[in-house]
Design a protein around this ligand. Structure first.
Ligand SMILES: CCCCCCCC(=O)CC(=O)SCCNC(=O)CCNC(=O)[C@H](O)C(C)(C)COP(=O)(O)OP(=O)(O)OC[C@H]1O[C@@H](n2cnc3c(N)ncnc32)[C@H](O)[C@@H]1OP(=O)(O)O
Ligand SMILES: NC(=O)C1=CN([C@@H]2O[C@H](COP(=O)(O)OP(=O)(O)OC[C@H]3O[C@@H](n4cnc5c(N)ncnc54)[C@H](O)[C@@H]3O)[C@@H](O)[C@H]2O)C=CC1
Length: 719
C-alpha cells in the first residue's frame, strides 16, 4: 500500500509501504494512484514528496507477481500521471531505487538521494528491460552512452555516481525526505516542463548507429545468447531515433516479447533460488533462522598457493585479520608478494587505503593461537591435510573452527583426526577465489549447526554466494561435473572434435566450452586425481590403454595427452594449440585431430557425425541426472541449491536457470526418455542410468520444480 500524509501546509508525502523493499505490488500501485489523486485534489497541497517506508525507497516491480495474472493499475500510465502532474513532485531516495522504483523516480520532477542510496535498472538481470519508461527517460536524462551502459549491465550505482551522471539533483547526508521537502519549497512555482523527461530530446550523439552497434557487440560477447541485453540496446536506440511516444511503443513491444520468454522465467527463478540458497537447512532440522553464528574477526589461512592467496585477499577485503602460513620461506615470500600485489591493486582501483595492516605472514603455527577460524588450503593430499589438522589442534583455541578447502576429499575423515569434529566443515572456494562468487559450505556427519552457520556467515561477509551441501566425493559441483566431462571425452572417441563439442556448449550459453576450461585449469589436475583414485596404475598398457576401468567405460584420451606433456594453456598446448605457454587464445590443433584419428583407428572405432543436439543432451542431461541423485541422497536441501552452484561456479548461462531448472523446462519425461536411450547405447556408463528420483517425478506427472522438495521428502520417508 501507500500512505498519504499531509505535512507542513503545502506538502503531501506519499510513503510506499510493502516490506522489505517496498516493491510495487498491486496494492502499492493502487495506493499510489489513490494517494496521488488525493494530493492533486487537495487545493492546499502544492508539492508532493514520494518516499519509502523504513528508509528504503523502492526495490522495483514486485517480481513475485510476474508469475501470476498481473492486475491493478499498470505502472506506465501511473508514472505518466506523476510526470504530467501540475503539482511539483520530488522523489526522496533512501536505501534503494531499483527497476520500477527508479523509473517511478524518473517520472518525478526532482530527485534527492541520501549518500548511502543505490540506484539502478537491473531488469536485464531478470531477463527483462525497464519497461515503465526507463529505456526512454534515462537516455533523455543522462545521454545514450551512459544509459546504454547502465541498462545493459543492470549495475547498481552509488548516490555519488548518480549525482555525477545527473540522475539525481541532490545528494544529502541525513534525512532525504526532509531534504526533498526543503527542495520542493525552494522550487515551488517554477515551470515544470523542463523537468518532464518525456518532453526532452536525448543529448545529441554524432553517430547513434555506431554507439548502438558497439553496445550490441559488447552485450553479445558478454552474455552470449541472452535476449534481454539485445532488447535493451534496441529500446535505447529507439529513444535516440524516435519521438517519445513511438519509443514507448517499441519499449512495450520488446517487453511483451521478453516477458513471455523462457529466458525471463529462468532468470527470475535464479533470483529467488539465490535467496533460497542463503536460507540453508540441514537434514537434522537446524537452519539459518534457528542457529546463531559467532562472530569471526581473525582467520588463519594455511597454504598460500593458488587458492590460499585468493582466500586471504577475499578475507582482508571483508575487513578480517588474516594470519597466513606457508611451509617454507620461499613459498611464504611468493605468497606474500602475490597477496600484497592483489590487495594494492584493489586499494588503488577502489580509492581506499591499503588494508595490508590486516595481514600477518608467518611459518609458525603458534601464530594461530588467537584465530577464530582456520581455512586450510594445502595440496590435495589426504595424509598431508590430516597432519595439518592434527598440528592445528595443538595450537588453536578450543572453540576455533577448522575448515578445509579440499575440492572433494572426505570431510569426515579429516574431522576424525581432530579433537573437535563438531567444529570441522568444508569451505570449498572456486578459483580464482577472490573473483569467483561461489562457496560450497560442506557439513560432515559430525559438523555442528553452529559451525555451518559460522562458515555461511563468513562466506556472506566475503561477498560469496554460499550453498550448504552434504559430504560426498566431489561435493555437489565437482561430483556432477565428472559425468559431464566423461560424456565430452566419449564424444571425442566417437567422432567429435574438441572445437565441435565446445562450440555446441558455448552456443548453449556456457561461458566456455569444457575443453577450453580444461586447458585453462590444467589437464594435470584431473590426471593427479585419477592417479590417486587408482584409475591409472603402472600395470596399464602404455601403448593401448584399456577403455574400461573398474568395470566401466573409461576414456584414456586425457591421460594420453598428459603423458605427451600437453597440459593445457600453461604448456602452450592441450586440447588446443596456444601461441606460447600461458597465452590464452585457443586455436584448433591439427595434431590433435590426427591424434584422435589414430586413436580411433587403434581401437577400431568408426567415427560418426555427432550433432550439437547430441552433445547437449549427453553432457547436460548427465549433469541433471547426477543432480537428481544428489537430491535423492539429501546432499542439498533442494534443486535451487544445485542450480545456484552451477550459475555461480561453473559458468552455466543464467538465462537457462541451472541444470535442474533446465531439465524441468525441457520436460522431465523428455530427459528420462533421452537418458534411457543413451544408457541403452552405453550400458557400461552407469551414470547414464536414469536416477530413481527422475523416474518418480515423471511417474508423478513431472511436478514444477518448486514442488520437488515435497516429492523428495516423500521419497526419503519411503526409503
Ligand atoms: C508487461 C509487464 C510490464 C511490467 C513493467 C515492469 C517494469 C519494470 O521496471 C520491472 C521491474 O522493476 S523488475 C524489478 C527490478 N528490481 C530488482 O531487480 C531488484 C531486486 N532486488 C534486489 O536486487 C535486492 O533484493 C535488494 C538490493 C533490493 C535488497 O537486497 P538485500 O540483500 O538487502 O535483500 P534480499 O535478500 O535480496 O531481499 C529481501 C527480500 O525481498 C525480496 N525482494 C527483493 N526485491 C524484490 C522485488 N523487486 N519483488 C519482490 N520481492 C523482492 C527478496 O526475494 C527477499 O525475500 P525473502 O527471501 O522472502 O526475504
Ligand atoms: N586450484 C583450484 O582450482 C582449486 C583447488 N582447490 C583445493 O584447494 C587446495 C589448494 O589447492 P591449490 O591452491 O590449487 O594448491 P597449490 O599447489 O597452488 O598451493 C598449495 C600451497 O600449500 C602449501 N603447503 C603445502 N603444505 C603446507 C603446510 N604443511 N603448511 C603450510 N603450507 C603448505 C604449498 O607450499 C603451496 O603453496 C587443494 O585442496 C585443492 O584441491 C579447491 C578449489 C579449486
Amino acid at each position: 500500500m501507500a500512505l498519504y500524509t499531509r505535512v507542513k501546509e503545502s506538502i503531501a508525502v506519499i510513503t510506499l509501504k510493502n516490506p522489505p523493499v517496498n516493491a510495487l505490488s498491486t496494492a502499492v500501485r493502487r495506493g499510489i494512484v489513490e494517494s496521488l489523486s488525493q494530493a492533486l485534489q487537495d487545493e492546499q497541497v502544492k508539492a508532493v514528496v514520494f518516499c519509502g517506508e523504513n528508509n528504503t525507497f523502492c526495490g522495483g516491480a514486485d517480481i513475485k507477481e510476474f508469475s501470476g495474472s498481473m492486475s491493478g493499475p499498470p505502472l506506465v500510465p501511473m508514472i505518466h500521471s506523476i510526470e504530467a502532474s501540475e503539482k511539483l513532485i520530488v522523489a526522496a531516495i533512501e536505501g534503494v531505487a531499483l527497476g520500477g522504483g527508479l523509473e517511478l523516480a524518473l517520472g518525478c520532477h526532482y530527485r534527492v538521494a541520501d549518500t548511502n542510496a543505490r540506484l539502478g535498472l537491473p531488469e536485464v538481470t531478470l531477463g527483462l528491460l525497464p519497461a515503465a519508461g526507463g529505456t526512454q527517460r534515462l537516455p533523455r536524462l543522462i545521454g545514450i552512452t551512459a544509459a546504454l551502459e547502465l541498462i545493459t549491465t543492470g549495475r547498481h550505482i552509488s548516490a555519488k555516481e548518480a549525482l555525477k551522471l545527473g540522475i539525481v539533483d541532490q545528494v544529502i547526508e541525513g534525512n532525504a525526505v526532509l531534504a526533498a521537502m526543503a527542495l520542493a519549497l525552494s522550487v515551488i512555482g517554477q515551470p515544470l516542463n523542463a523537468r518532464r523527461l518525456s518532453l526532452q530530446a536525448p543529448a545529441w550523439v554524432p553517430d547513434v548507429d555506431y554507439v548502438c552497434e558497439a553496445a550490441l557487440a559488447r552485450v553479445k560477447q558478454r552474455s552470449r545468447g541472452a535476449m534481454a541485453p539485445v532488447a535493451c540496446v534496441q529500446a535505447v536506440r529507439a529513444a535516440a531515433m524516435l519521438p517519445y511516444s513511438k519509443g514507448m511503443e517499441k519499449e512495450r513491444q520488446l517487453m511483451d516479447m521478453l516477458f513471455r520468454s523462457s529466458q525471463a522465467r529462468a532468470m527470475q527463478y535464479a533470483f529467488f533460488a539465490q535467496r533460497s540458497a542463503g536460507k540453508w537447512s540441514l537434514p537434522n532440522g537446524a537452519q539459518w533462522n534457528n542457529t546463531k553464528a559467532r562472530n569471526v574477526e581473525r582467520v588463519g589461512v594455511i597454504g598460500l598457493g593458488t587458492m590460499g592467496q585468493g582466500i586471504a585477499v577475499s578475507l582482508v577485503k571483508a575487513g578480517i585479520s588474516v594470519v597466513a602460513i606457508e611451509v617454507d620461506t620461499k613459498q611464504l615470500e611468493l605468497g606474500k608478494k602475490a597477496v600484497t600485489a592483489m590487495l594494492q591493486r584493489y586499494a588503488q582501483r577502489q580509492g581506499v587505503s591499503s588494508p595490508l595492516h590486516l595481514l600477518k605472514f608467518t611459518l609458525s603455527f603458534h601464530q594461530l593461537r588467537d584465530v577464530d577460524l582456520v581455512i586450510e588450503a594445502v595440496f590435495e593430499d589426504m595424509n598431508l591435510k590430516k597432519r595439518v589438522f592434527s598440528e592445528l589442534c595443538k595450537v588453536l583455541k578450543e572453540n576455533t573452527i577448522i575448515c578445509t578447502n579440499t575440492s572433494g576429499l572426505n570431510v569426515d575423515e579429516l574431522a576424525a583426526v581432530t579433537d573437535r569434529q563438531h567444529l570441522v566443515v568444508g569451505m570449498h572456494f572456486f578459483a580464482p577465489a577472490h573473483v569467483m562468487r561461489l562457496l560450497e559450505v560442506v557439513y560432515g556427519s559430525g559438523s555442528s549447526p553452529e559451525a555451518v552457520a559460522i562458515a555461511m556467515a563468513l562466506g556472506k561477509r566475503m561477498q560469496k554466494v554460499c550453498v550448504a551441501v552434504g559430504n560426498c566425493s566431489g561435493f555437489v559441483g565437482n561430483r556432477m561435473l565428472k559425468h559431464y566431462m566423461d560424456q565430452s571425452v566419449y564424444l571425442l572417441e566417437e567422432g567429435a572434435t574438441p572445437e565441435q563439442v565446445d562450440q555446441a556448449l558455448e552456443e548453449f550459453g556456457f561461458a566456455m566450452g569444457i575443453f577450453k576450461v580444461a586447458d585453462l585449469s590444467g589437464l594435470d589436475v584431473g590426471w593427479r586425481v585419477r592417479k590417486a583414485s587408482g584409475l591409472i596404475s603402472p600395470d596399464i598398457d602404455p601403448v593401448k590403454p584399456s577403455r574400461w576401468r573398474f568395470g566401466r567405460r573409461y576414456c584414456p584420451l586425457p591421460d594420453m595427452l598428459c603423458q605427451q606433456g600437453r597440459l593445457g594453456q600453461k604448456t602452450g598446448h592441450g586440447w588446443y594449440l596456444y601461441n606460447s605457454p600461458g597465452s590464452k587464445e585457443a586455436k584448433c590443433d591439427p595434431e590433435i585431430l590426427k591424434f584422435l584419428e589414430d586413436y580411433r583407428l587403434k581401437y577400431g572405432i568408426i567415427p560418426r557425425r555427432i550433432s550439437s543436439q547430441e552433445v547437449i543432451e549427453r553432457c547436460v542431461f548427465s549433469l541433471a541426472n547426477e543432480g537428481l541423485r544428489i537430491l535423492e541422497e539429501g546432499i542439498t536441501a533442494g534443486p535451487e541449491d544445485i542450480d545456484i552452484i552451477y550459475l555461480f561456479g561453473y559458468g552455466w548461462p543464467r538465462y537457462r536457470g541451472g541444470p535442474m531448472f533446465y531439465a524441468a523446462q525441457v520436460g522431465l519425461s523428455v530427459v528420462l526418455e533421452k537418458l534411457e536411450h543413451y544408457h541403452h547405447l552405453q550400458p557400461d556408463v552407469p551414470s547414464l542410468e536414469p536416477s530413481q528420483l527422475l523416474r518418480k517425478l515423471v511417474a508423478e506427472g513431472s511436478p514444477p520444480i518448486q514442488q520437488w522438495k515435497s516429492h523428495i521428502k516423500n521419497l526419503h520417508s519411503q526409503l
